[in-house]
Design a protein around this ligand. Structure first.
Ligand code: SAH
Ligand code: MG
Length: 220
């Protein structure tokens, strides 16, 4: 049976601000629990207010590994004022820009998970360029333009350890279901076409792929 979060963790997840339905969250948790057994850290791109981070952190805690979560905390395009996914509570009134870092910190603190998470505040490609540690799991849930999703894939997929998992959120193969575009779907296709990843599960828009081959720079 797939690993499941404890009831208090699930409550914290459901109470947290964010963009992950419970069903996909449970699939993410199961993937994280399985991957964490490799004894390597888990990495998330797209922290927002920490909703999905809670699940990764609980799975990491159980296995004695860390989660690294990367976000500039200024929000994606569709989360800016005037757009569909904007939440006025995420704006820092003193600078008039989004800042999801304070909410994220409160969320993790309340869930009792701060000790298991390293938050990196910055742009995903800049962080990826400095990265040199194999990862048990990479969860891509950042920007939804081709520029951002493509850079997340190129920057982080090579760091997934052999046997580790690449998890991609907001994969919509049918344009009818599209809400912020199909860039995540396109990186999912690239990962499969690269020959380095094999799909192991699909839960609504959440896809879990296992690294089964070498990631060749420039391919896919
Ligand atoms: N995982 C979250 C949702 C993430 S929303 C949840 O479960 O609720 C997407 C996040 O990606 C936003 O917070 C945005 O600031 C961040 N983001 C978008 N493009 C980014 C980039 N290039 N580098 C770092 N963070 C980015
Ligand atoms: Mg998402």
């Amino acid at each position: 049976m797939a690993a499941e979060p404890a009831p208090d963790i699930l409550d914290a997840f459901e109470a947290a601000k964010g963009f992950m339905p419970v069903k996909e969250g449970l699939a993410l948790y199961a993937a994280a629990a399985e991957a964490a057994a490799l004894g390597l850290p888990l990495l998330e791109v797209g922290t927002y207010c920490g909703r999905s981070t809670i699940l990764l952190a609980d799975a990491a805690r159980a296995a004695g590994v860390s989660v690294i979560t990367v976000d500039h905390h200024r929000g994606s395009e569709e989360q800016q004022p005037g757009w569909d996914y904007h939440d006025p509570d995420t704006v820092d009134p003193s600078i008039g820009r989004m800042d999801t870092l304070p909410t994220f910190r409160r969320t993790l603190h309340r869930a009792g998970l701060e000790d298991h998470v390293i938050a990196v505040v910055g742009r995903s490609p800049q962080v990826a360029a400095l990265w040199n540690t194999p990862l048990a799991l990479v969860f891509i849930d950042g920007g939804h333009t081709d520029e951002h999703a493509g850079a997340d894939y190129e920057g982080w997929a090579p760091h997934v350890a052999e046997g580790g998992l690449l998890v991609i959120h907001d994969v919509f193969p049918d344009p009818v279901d599209e809400w912020t575009g199909q860039a995540p779907y396109r990186i999912y296709l690239r990962a499969l076409a690269s020959g380095a990843f094999t799909e192991i599960s699909a839960t609504d828009s959440l896809r879990v792929l296992r690294r089964t081959g070498a990631v060749t720079p420039g391919r896919g």
